[in-house]
Write a protein that binds this ligand. Sequence first.
Ligand code: 13P
Length: 253
Amino acid sequence: CSMTPDVARRPLIVGNWKMHGSHTANAELLAGIVGARPYLADVAVCVPFPYLSETAVALAATDIRWGAQDCSAHEQGAYTGEVSAGMLHEFGCRYAIVGHSERRQYHHESDQLVADKAKAALARGVTPIVCVGETLAQREAGETESVVKRQLSHVIHTLAHCAGEMVVAYEPVWAIGTGRTATPEQAQAVHALLRAQLAAATPRAADMKILYGGSVKPDNAAQLFAQPDIDGGLVGGAALKSADFVAICRAAH
Ligand code: 13P
């Protein structure tokens, strides 16, 4: 592993556009984000694959970073529809989200596939943002800890001595797109568990970023980011309006 060193624990705010956007909407959104610089936090947008090129052009002369929302576990080959980490690297991607709950749910991605994707990203110099999180049924059954630990342990074992290079995102499935945010205390409790699990695996755990995702909005961001083990956010819906996204980025310092 030989990633660009990052400032330890400086907050990171990542907009996950999901399957939203158009040439016109992207240009307006990116201009809004660029125009509101500087930020105290690191800021990134993860855009649909076809828009990587225009995003790279729009952000080239700025310190705003960009990435993708997935990548293949394979380097190359007969994998129709997939995009490799090497290709993302060619487009200047700093990040690739892997294991988002929408991919785990709708595309049946297993813990091991997610781990293999994270490894493929790191091998090409792209930082994986590895998502973990429990469903509402799992939380209500008292399984939150065992679920997120199981999801993260596959990645830790697969990345081995490079585990310290990933970014982790805790995204409780019941908080995604529902307007029902985890309380800062609920989120902090899980983040602390995840950091303890990382600490058992890598000496870099104290410097690693663990982002919270799930209905982050301008009016709840500051309280979430004030928690000791929350190092920023992975933002869905609110990342599509530049005023909201900028306000969330400003709430992190
Ligand atoms: P929302 O912010 O829309 O809840 O989405 C969160 C998310 O899934 C980010 O990856």
